[in-house]
Ligand binder design. Structure first.
Ligand SMILES: [Zn+2]
Length: 320
């Protein structure tokens, strides 16, 4: 009976790839593969469909996989990852340490959520800090890690995310509002939060990934996301980077008066010109999956007047 891990790898898919295809969070998939979580019937059906199998022929984890250890997790230092500051270096640990299962996942997630800058002071285009290597799902074949491999997808639980609008917390002259416009009857979800996965180090890579939830189940839908309008949350002057890597079709809007800037990545179409002055709410293009991306979404950054990326989540007003 094939395991999800074997099927995922034989299809050359990362956890994020499978998360995008199945609507099951990357974290949940990892827990199933490591035997920390039973394969529930809904997930079994979803995953079997992706791999074109009868659901009953699908196994969650390998029979010899061990459950999560009951004794306290080892310290990060003991695992040799305390000094690893980026998700890029953590990825192979996650993939290679099936034996340690639960403790590794929990500690990697904890480390990611608190990871600090490894490369402060990168250039204005924070995307320049990302490696230019093509992602791959075969860690044994190449030493190049896949940073999106361990990025969890929001929401992590089966509970649908509420669509209530949070209060804005930034001054009026800063960016606010939702940069991704959902079609009527649909909502917007965060598929990768600030400071996690490819959004580390947060100071230069921090962003939220946004996508369309077509049926209010808390999970993103690729078809609905692709082509949805992207608008600027801040007036200012545009820098347009067509076909860049890893940001794909990438736009930065800088507001000279407030000092804030916002950035929009992986666009499918670009509808403004480099150097163009735009006003808040103006349409920039449409969401897509250009550049280093595992599926349609909007990568959205807010940069403070000090040039540091800050968490846009309280500002976006359209997700969770
Ligand atoms: Zn992103």
């Amino acid at each position: 009976m094939p395991t999800i891990r074997a099927l995922r790898r034989s299809h050359g898919m990362t956890f994020s790839d499978l998360a995008l295809r199945s609507g099951i969070s990357a974290r949940t998939l990892a827990e199933i593969e490591y035997g920390m979580r039973a394969l529930d019937e809904t997930s079994r059906v979803l995953l079997a469909a992706i791999f074109d199998l009868e659901p009953l022929l699908l196994a969650g984890s390998a029979p010899q996989a061990r459950p999560a250890p009951r004794n306290p997790p080892q310290q990060l230092a003991a695992l040799g990852i305390a000094t690893v500051a980026s998700a890029l270096a953590l990825s192979p640990m996650l993939q290679g340490q099936a034996e340690a299962g639960g403790a590794i996942i929990q500690q990697v997630m904890a480390a990611l959520s608190t990871a600090q800058s490894a490369q402060p002071g990168q250039g204005a285009d924070a995307f320049a800090a990302l490696p230019s290597a093509t992602p791959t799902a075969a860690p044994s074949a190449t030493p190049t890690p896949t940073p999106v491999e361990i990025a969890p997808t929001i929401p992590p639980s089966a509970t649908p995310a509420p669509t209530a609008t949070p209060a804005f917390s930034l001054q009026a002259d800063g960016p606010h509002g939702c940069p991704l416009i959902a079609p009527a009857g649909m909502s917007v979800v965060i598929t990768q939060p600030f400071g996690v996965g490819t959004h580390v180090p947060a100071e230069t890579m921090g962003a939220v990934d946004l996508a369309i939830d077509s049926d209010h189940n808390g999970y993103d839908n690729s078809d609905a996301t692709f082509g949805s309008p992207v608008v600027t949350t801040l007036g200012g002057t545009a820098q347009v980077f067509p076909n860049s890597w890893p940001g794909g079709n990438f736009i930065i809007i800088t507001n000279a008066e407030s000092g804030y800037a916002t950035a929009y990545g992986h666009l499918n179409t670009l509808e403004i010109a480099d150097g163009q002055v735009v006003s808040a709410g103006q349409r920039l293009g449409t969401a897509g999956t250009t550049g280093y991306s595992t599926g349609p979404h909007l990568h959205y950054e807010v940069r403070s007047p000090a040039g540091v990326n800050i968490d846009p989540e309280p500002l976006v007003g359209c997700a969770r």
